[in-house]
Design a binder for this molecule. Structure first.
Ligand code: HEM
Length: 402
């Protein structure tokens, strides 16, 4: 086992790592916390190192060069290089300020009762079904409904959004066959046309909308006299719709899976619904939906075990950092009362997840209501995993609620 782990390469991981990366991550943290992969990139698994990378202004997110090589000039290239996540200041700062204005806690407080209603409506359907796949029939629908509502995407388009999202994000895998590239390009174009029309309609009719307040804030918001161009608006709205998708779906699925695997914790949450806020932090720590991040060192960076030179391509293990025993005692044990809990599932630094507050609200409402409304909710057959290392989640999670 150990020799096999010793030969570990992040670019050649197998199904065992995807099923359960934690034994390998513990070994790497203890024996090779700055692990070098065959292509020269490094993989960091210690909390302090990962935190330092995210907090440093010299660690870069811009991927124009990499995506130029990968995609050439095409809609996918335009999309990924215009999204704020793959940009550095000053462009990143402008887009981030404008989007932040639309996601303030005050705005989210207005949305909370509506999120509540959306969850109740979806749970009515869950109750009628009795036996269901929690991923397909609940967790996947929830984020689409909520972000579509916030952006004002009409009902008739919503069913297509998940397909677009998967096609666009699927093109980020290390190896992308030609048909998947073509599907990704088509998705950016079709989705872009829908948003172009919506934005034009909203420009012509700025007020009076009870839906789509976020879109309105993005169109009319200004940062230091700068507004987003039509292209920037379209590509960043596509990104917003994609960003919360797989992550929130996995968040809800992983949390319920953890409760089924830890019946004492499930019981404790059912008997003490007020524990939902710390419980959500613990679910995010133990099974972080986004497991791996990347940065390019724009300058040398000092880590506890030595200096990484400028130009190093860095993979950060968010899942590994969140189970570092030097920060989280008994890290593999799920404890919904854990305090303090400095988990970094949303990372930290200038790219800290803009949807973190929204995701927490969605999680508290969705998981809290699943547990309280369905006291008998339980596993109903084998689960399957999403076959990806970067995103950790279930592809299927059969449950029975009555
Ligand atoms: C549990 C659910 C979620 C998790 C675990 C998560 C995680 C993350 C992480 C780790 C990043 C940083 C990526 C990087 O820079 O390397 C990020 C960025 C981002 N997330 Fe989330 N996310 C979640 C839900 C959402 C939702 C619901 C939205 C909004 C609808 C959202 C919007 C964003 C945006 C806009 C960024 C880019 C921020 C920037 O580059 O400045 N996320 N997210």
């Amino acid at each position: 086992m150990l020799t096999e782990i010793g030969r570990f390469d992040l670019n050649a991981i197998g199904p065992d790592f995807i099923e359960n990366p934690h034994p390998t991550l513990h070994w790497l943290r203890d024996n090779a916390p700055v692990h070098r992969n065959a292509d020269g990139s490094v993989y960091l698994t210690r909390y302090d190192d990962v935190l330092k990378v995210y907090q440093s202004r010299d660690m870069l997110s811009d991927k124009k060069e990499e995506f130029g090589r990968k995609f050439g000039q095409c809609p996918l290239h335009k999309h990924h290089t215009t999204s704020l996540i793959f940009n550095d200041p000053p462009y990143h700062t402008v887009v981030r300020k404008l989007i932040s204005g639309a996601f303030t806690p005050r705005k989210l407080a207005i949305f909370e009762p509506l999120i509540d209603q959306i969850v109740d409506r979806l749970l009515d359907r869950v109750e009628e079904m009795g036996e269901l796949d929690l991923i397909e029939d609940f967790a996947k629908i929830l984020p689409t409904e909520i972000i579509s509502f916030m952006l004002g995407i009409p009902e008739e388009y919503r069913a297509r959004l998940r397909g677009y999202s998967l096609a666009i994000l699927g093109a980020l895998d290390p190896v992308v066959p030609a048909d998947r590239l073509a599907a990704g390009n088509r998705a950016v174009e079709e989705f872009g046309e829908i948003l172009n029309d919506l934005i034009n309609r909203r420009r012509a009719n700025a007020d009076g909308a009870h839906e789509g307040e976020v879109l309105e804030a993005l169109i009319f918001g200004e940062h230091e006299g700068r507004r987003l161009t039509q292209e920037e608006l379209i590509q960043n709205c596509i990104f917003l719709l994609n960003a919360g998708h797989e992550t929130t779906t996995s968040f809800v699925g992983n949390s319920m899976g953890l409760l089924f695997d830890n019946p004492d914790q499930h019981r404790m949450l059912r008997d003490n619904p007020d524990l939902i806020a710390p419980a959500v932090e613990e679910f995010l720590r133990v099974e972080s939906p986004l497991q791996i991040g990347n940065r390019l060192a724009g300058e040398d960076i000092e880590l506890a075990t030595g200096t990484l030179p400028r130009g190093t391509y860095i993979h950060t293990s968010i899942g590994g950092a969140n189970r570092d025993p030097s920060v989280f005692p008994d890290p593999d044990r799920m404890d919904i009362t854990r305090k303090p809990n400095r988990q970094i599932a949303f990372i930290t630094g200038i790219h800290v997840c803009l949807g973190a507050t929204l995701a927490r609200v969605e999680g508290r409402i969705a998981i809290g209501k699943l547990v309280s409304r369905f006291p008998k909710i339980r596993d109903n057959g084998p689960r399957t995993r999403v076959p990806l290392a970067r995103f950790r989640g279930y592809a299927t999670l059969p449950v029975k609620v009555t």
